[in-house]
Design a binder for this molecule. Structure first.
Ligand code: GAL
Length: 679
């Protein structure tokens, strides 16, 4: 049986770096971890030189000794492949393994992730080291699983080395077969970009105005994702040959220009995520929506769209930051546990802390672990011990899955197109944030649902309401699925800019919203984005005022079946339809001519009858997140207080507090940063 994510127990772990400490420290550290509730450690993910100190010279004693000790102490181990940090001897001797910037300047030794996925040389070195590591260590009884590389596409998600150009040409040849097809797909007739041979094609390079052919860039992003996936698969295939039955393969993090769903499906047992919620204070300013650390729930929502039950490989424990950039302060008392519970609420059955002890050297001296440099007892360690006691009470909910009746449809073609196309990005960002924030603040559990080749009607039928906010790129296959969903009784909400591009990014000449016209009963007659200096534009939806922010599709009903629900109430197009609903089979499709800000999204949730579905049971302040996990018909309600103040919850129907076994009903107090799980 798998040691983690086996439906039996929620497990705590930590990241440990034996190579950062004296051998004498190991046993003390291992015992202290075990005594604090840590049962699993991840090791070795950057330690190539400890195994191959010089080209072709191997020594296994360092980790042999460590694994023996771990085993003796009863600590279980996730072993990492070290390919995120190639040794100096390698990059110096074979600079072709390095990634480059757009001007071709190589990224040199001294940081990490400076390699490229496509260098045949690097692939050979990686195959070799993974083969050596897996064949030597995989049988060790302390090992329970494997992490491939570290944070694929972190640090950079673009690759401009020579190897990438060669591989890009291969990728394009396999996709288009002949150069005429490529010219057609990339619209190279525009600005005389026509290619006559594959050798004229490069990964995007410096151009005037920093604008490269958008169809090319879209394919380039697909190529980056393809390269990363192949790199992961190459390693997974080797590990799979040697690993013990039940040992798992994963990788950590969620980064862009990467189809994480396909990567997980083809190479991993499940995905793990690295959760640092304090960044929301600093990287994203105060958080556009004011959600701050709670905004991390959006990332966790993404993670569980990949693996409904997942692991956290790195959960924040201390202040964050490199010596050179990024910073986030020390979690306040209670926040480490709050954020751990946030992960669990969304489906994490393993929470590994980053890291046990804070490193005393290198770029990450401010990226704190549970213990500071000295390793002395501290507040965070005490909090961990308390938390691990609570967790023991939660074993029964291991294996339960997050429950939502509202979903937001996404697909990689549109996500990637929004990265390179500013009109697309402009609407996408507003709605992504708006819908998520509205759901969070109104206590409406929400899923992200990725449309993939394997998506089925059954996947969609789980949801009463699906938003597909700005499906700029649509395909006939995806439309057929959406039509089947609505036909079977689903409610689909689409927004402005739907359906004007195909998979290559070419604009359709059909009347908009293109392939979605029939389902939505909508004809887009004209459109404009909102002029920044103009007054806000409003829509009157049967007495409710909605702002049509950012963009305005001016609509008309396609036929007598489509019903106009709302019209623009000001601007030169006042009186023009802005919201149309179309009954289709047993369900209904809505087309809204604007974006889904928080207020607009909340109105939709409300009018469609899916807002705050647990209001009969709870009345919660907005600062609390409500998440529900379910197993065997039993619901577990997580209530997480992100505010530093204590709050009062109204529990209208009696529930049991799993932490204490007490009954909760009526006014119940939740302390600042407090959490509770009720059933
Ligand atoms: C993660 C990474 C870790 C460590 C940590 C702090 O992104 O996986 O190796 O670097 O951040 O920077």
């Amino acid at each position: 049986m798998r040691e983690l994510l086996n439906g039996k127990k929620i497990v705590l772990g930590a990241c440990y770096y034996p190579e950062h400490w004296e051998r004498e420290d190991w046993e003390t550290d291992l015992k202290q971890m075990l005594a604090s509730g840590i049962e699993v450690i991840r090791i070795a993910e950057f330690a190539w030189s400890k195994i191959e100190p010089r080209e072709g010279e191997y020594t296994f004693t360092f980790f042999d000794e460590f694994l023996e000790l771990a085993h003796r102490c009863g600590m279980k181990v996730i072993f990492g492949t070290p390919t995120a940090t190639p040794p100096a001897w390698l990059t110096n001797q074979y600079p072709e393994v390095l990634n480059a910037d757009m001007d071709g300047n190589l990224y040199r030794h001294g940081a990490r992730r400076h390699y490229n996925y496509n260098s045949a040389k690097y692939q050979d070195f990686c195959k070799n080291i993974v083969e050596k590591i897996a064949s030597h260590y995989a049988g060790h009884p302390a090992i329970i699983g494997w992490q491939i590389d570290n944070e694929i596409n972190c640090e950079t998600d673009v690759f401009y080395s020579e190897s990438d150009t060669y591989a890009f040409r291969q990728f394009l040849k396999a996709k288009y077969h002949n150069i005429e097809e490529l010219n057609q797909a990339w619209g190279t007739v525009f600005w005389n970009q026509t290619y006559t041979s594959w050798n004229e094609i490069y990964v995007p390079r410096k151009t005037i105005g920093d604008s490269t052919n958008p169809h090319e860039v879209l394919d380039y992003i697909r190529f980056v994702s393809h390269s990363a996936r192949n790199f992961v698969k190459m390693q997974a295939d080797i590990i799979r040959k040697y690993k013990k039955e039940g040992d798992f393969i994963t990788t950590n993090g969620l980064f862009s220009n990467l189809d994480n769903h396909s990567m997980t499906k083809e190479s991993l047992d499940f995905i793990t995520y690295d959760s640092y919620p304090n960044f929301a204070y600093f990287v994203d300013g105060s958080g556009l929506s004011g959600l701050r650390d709670r905004k991390w729930s959006q990332n966790l929502t993404e993670v569980r769209s990949i693996s409904p039950i997942f692991g956290i490989m790195e959960q924040q424990t201390g202040a964050n930051g490199w010596n050179s950039k990024m910073e986030a302060c020390t979690p306040r008392p209670g926040q480490m546990s709050l954020w751990s519970m946030q992960s669990i609420a969304h489906g994490a059955d393993y929470v590994g802390y980053f890291r046990w002890r804070t490193c005393t050297v290198g770029t990450e001296i401010y990226w704190h672990g549970i213990l500071d440099y000295s390793g002395r007892e501290n507040r965070r360690l005490r909090e961990l011990r308390e938390f691990s006691k609570i967790l023991e009470k939660l074993s029964e909910l291991a294996g339960s899955t997050y429950l939502a009746q509202v979903g937001v449809l996404q697909d990689y073609d549109n996500l990637w197109d929004a990265r390179l196309d500013r009109w697309h990005r402009r609407v996408e960002e507003v709605s992504r944030e708006g819908i998520f924030t509205a759901a969070q603040l109104s206590h409406t559990p929400l899923d992200y649902v990725y449309l993939q080749d394997s998506s089925s009607l059954e996947d969609l039928m789980k949801y009463r309401v699906l938003f597909y906010p700005h499906a700029v790129i649509l395909t006939e296959e995806r439309m057929a699925l959406l039509e089947a969903y609505v036909d079977q009784g689903g409610i689909l909400v689409m927004g402005c800019r739907t359906g004007y591009k195909d998979l290559t990014g070419r604009c359709t000449r059909a009347y908009l919203p293109g392939l979605a016209a029939k389902l939505t009963g909508t004809d887009v007659i004209e459109y404009t984005f909102a002029a920044p200096e103009e007054e806000k534009v409003w829509v009157d939806w049967e007495g409710t005022k909605l702002e049509a922010a950012v963009f305005h599709d001016l609509l008309a009903p396609l036929d007598g079946n489509a019903q106009v629900l709302g019209v623009y109430s000001n601007s030169y197009f006042a009186g023009t339809p802005a919201l149309i609903c179309n009954s289709f089979g047993k369900g209904t499709a809505y087309y809204f001519g604007g974006t889904f800000t928080k207020e607009v999204a909340e109105q939709f949730l409300d009018k469609l009858g899916v807002k705050n579905p647990y209001q009969e049971i709870f009345e919660l302040p907005a600062c609390c997140e409500l998440a529900v996990r379910e197993k065997d018909g039993q619901s577990y309600y997580f209530i997480l207080n992100y505010s530093k103040e204590a709050v009062t919850l109204q529990v209208k129907e009696k529930r049991i507090n799993i932490y204490t076994g007490e009954e909760w009903q009526g006014s119940c107090l939740l302390e600042g940063y407090g959490t509770v799980v009720l059933k």
